[in-house]
Design a protein around this ligand. Structure first.
Ligand SMILES: [Zn+2]
Length: 646
């Protein structure tokens, strides 16, 4: 058992003396005094198969910080930012001034008295009592499990075929986009009758394994080099009290059974299959594309991938929730690589068959093992640089050869540094996605970008022209830019970029098909609304009356005065990761200072406006009147979607 006691620091700003709960609630939620009530001590005991012991956790405070609430925020380049690292330091200083020895503790959870922030990382966790749209408090195990999990090194969970975070609804590292249940012991309701405290789901088997938390004596294990045809009985993953296997490790696959009890109360009994790469779990879909396997669900090696007889199959035979048992059929045949040249046709290299399937990804062969590097992986870009470095041997000039090699190595170092920052950054829970679009279709979109800005007020209007390049025109109050003369080209698989990885709407193929205009702006983190900042838009073909669209960044957030629904012309509004954006458009890292998300907004214009006219213009202006959020967007690019499909 590993002792990881936490110091829970209850803190207030000096200009607000309120305390959202009595001290007892924090004791019950975090310390061994509340064990057995499904609190955080119980959670990490269960999720680590008993390897973690949080029983030494203590609650300190309330401490009054020598700061006002407003001191947590500052404005840089017109953007409101927060002092995350400093808040952790202020709280630690307050505890040290109270003679508490924090070195005895694994980490800290700072509980603020007023809505401030929620995040977790290697240096600690901050939470408050702010409520989600469903009424849930940040002080719920559903949220604390993820944020404290980050301090243990856990990453957000994903689904296979996507690099978006928060997509595994059966894993706590995807909350609040996950299956959460009302807490059975902390049962307060808000004014609307919604439960304030929620719990679950538990941690998936791949994430448990990644932390070394899985009890290997309770895991059925087989490598991909063995001939197997068997049926294995599984118990629910976190039920150490029941006899039998709790998980299966089968080649690269992790298999688990989950039922609707305890932390998983919101889950319909199901079998889940995961893979695990780069400290990230990926949920695998069954033969029907469903993520929650039911009886009859299977996955198997496709016929054209069964090279040299290699085969792997997983099938759910039975799920018996009454007996807390699932039966899984496993089949595996290792590949037999021929040691001699074939005498009969075809002489085709079987590796080519792989490339037919993998198409855009990179394949790296090291000592006979083939590694697949998806195009979406940041490592893909390093492979390109390695290729550049190796090919430089063909350059006759030594000086030029050195220059090429230095550039390749610098780029690799930059990519590595960027990935390190991503891994070390503070992270926070996702907004629950309202639409889960299919992003599997690969299609090309034709986007036309403006070449000229006939009218503007503000600095660098040319930065709003052309295709995305990371250079923005910052619109201050009363500033605007009008753009026209649209020209452009093909963009493949645009949907993969419009993925709401940083909040807002996932753009589906159906939504993209309706879109006439798309615009990108660079934003600080977190995006002020969930996407574009408040702005006025004027679309004109110089013949009909211009169409005016007022976009309020607070739309749908539920804050007082915010519109409930989008203007009719707005198809979607959301934010994607800045590094994905840079990679997609081939922009040199890094983007503009302070930008860590890129927001997109999509418009569907009525057919009364002729977007094909050479006189067609788009004008975007700041909407910074102090009543509609920030309202000072930084447009990088504004394009017309000529047509979709292909
Ligand atoms: Zn998180």
């Amino acid at each position: 058992m590993m002792q990881t006691p936490w110091a829970i620091l209850l803190c207030k700003f000096k200009d607000n003396d309120s305390e959202p709960y009595e001290r007892q609630r924090y004791e019950d939620m975090f310390t061994s005094g509340g064990s057995g009530k499904l609190n955080m001590v119980d959670f990490f005991t269960d999720m680590s198969h008993g390897k973690l012991d949080l029983s030494g956790t203590q609650v300190f405070g309330w401490y009054t910080l020598d700061k006002n609430h407003s001191d947590y925020y500052f404005v840089e380049n017109g953007k409101t930012k927060t002092r995350r690292g400093e808040l952790l330091a202020w709280a630690r200083q307050a505890a040290i001034a109270d003679n508490k020895d924090l070195s005895k503790f694994f980490s800290v959870v700072v509980c603020m008295n007023v809505p401030t922030d929620v995040f977790g990382g290697p240096t600690g966790v901050v939470c408050d009592d702010e409520r989600w749209q469903n009424g849930m408090s940040n002080l719920s195990p559903s949220i604390l499990g993820q944020e404290m999990g980050h301090a243990y090194g856990l990453s957000h969970s994903r689904i296979q075929g996507s690099s978006e975070d928060y997509r595994d609804q059966w894993d706590v590292m995807s909350t609040a986009n996950a299956l959460m249940a009302p807490h059975p012991h902390f049962t307060e309701l808000d004014a609307r009758g919604n439960p304030i405290f929620r719990l679950g789901p538990g941690l998936n088997v791949a994430n448990m394994w990644g932390r070394g938390w899985l009890d290997e004596t309770r895991v059925w294990n087989a490598s991909s080099q063995t001939m197997i045809d068997t049926i294995v009985e599984l118990r629910p993953l976190h039920r150490r009290d029941l006899p039998g296997f709790l998980a299966i490790r089968f080649g690269d696959f992790f298999i688990e059974f989950r039922t609707n009890t305890g932390w998983d109360a919101a889950i319909t009994p199901t079998v889940l299959v995961h893979t695990f790469e780069h400290n990230q779990s990926y949920l695998v879909s069954d033969n029907n594309g469903r993520q929650n396997f039911s009886v009859g669900s299977f996955i198997e090696t496709p016929e054209n991938m069964r090279i040299f007889g290699g085969y792997t199959g997983i099938k759910v035979i039975e799920i018996d929730s009454a007996r807390q048992l699932a039966k899984i059929k496993l089949a595996n045949a290792p590949a037999h690589v021929p040691q001699h040249l074939p005498e009969e046709r075809p002489y085709r290299n079987p590796g080519v068959a792989w490339q037919d399937i993998i198409n855009n990804d990179a394949l790296v062969v090291i000592e006979e093992k083939v590694h697949r590097i998806p195009r979406s992986s940041p490592i893909y870009r390093t492979i390109e640089q390695i290729g550049l470095y190796e090919n430089s041997t063909a350059i006759p000039s030594v000086q030029l050869q050195n220059a090429v090699r230095q550039e390749a190595l610098t780029t690799i170092a930059t990519i590595a540094q960027e990935q390190m920052q991503t891994l070390q950054a503070f992270r926070e829970p996702a907004l629950p996605a309202t639409v889960m679009g299919s992003v599997n279709e690969t299609m090309s979109t034709i986007i036309l970008w403006p070449q000229c800005a006939p009218d503007s007020k503000g600095n660098s209007p040319a930065n709003a022209l052309g295709q995305p390049d990371g250079n923005v025109m910052g619109l201050n109050p009363n500033e605007y830019v009008t753009v026209k003369d649209f020209q452009g080209g093909f963009y493949a698989d645009l949907l993969s970029l419009l993925n709401a990885a940083k909040g807002g709407d996932i753009v589906t193929a159906e939504k993209l098909a309706r879109t006439d205009v798309i615009a990108f702006e660079l934003n600080s983190h977190p995006a002020s609304g969930r996407g574009w900042e408040s702005s006025h838009w004027v679309f004109s073909d110089n013949v009909k009356p211009p169409l005016v669209v007022d976009w309020d960044e607070r739309t749908g957030t539920g804050v007082p005065g915010a519109p409930a629904s989008y203007p009719a012309e707005v198809v979607a509004n959301g934010s994607t990761d800045h590094s994905d954006y840079a990679a997609y458009f081939g922009i040199d890292w890094p983007l503009g200072l302070g930008a860590v998300v890129v927001s997109y907004i999509l418009f569907d214009l009525p057919s009364t406006i002729d977007i094909t006219s050479p006189d067609f213009t788009i004008t975007v202006s700041a909407w910074a009147d102090g009543h509609h959020g920030e309202g000072t967007p930084d447009p990088d690019a504004i394009g017309i979607l000529a047509c979709a499909g292909q």
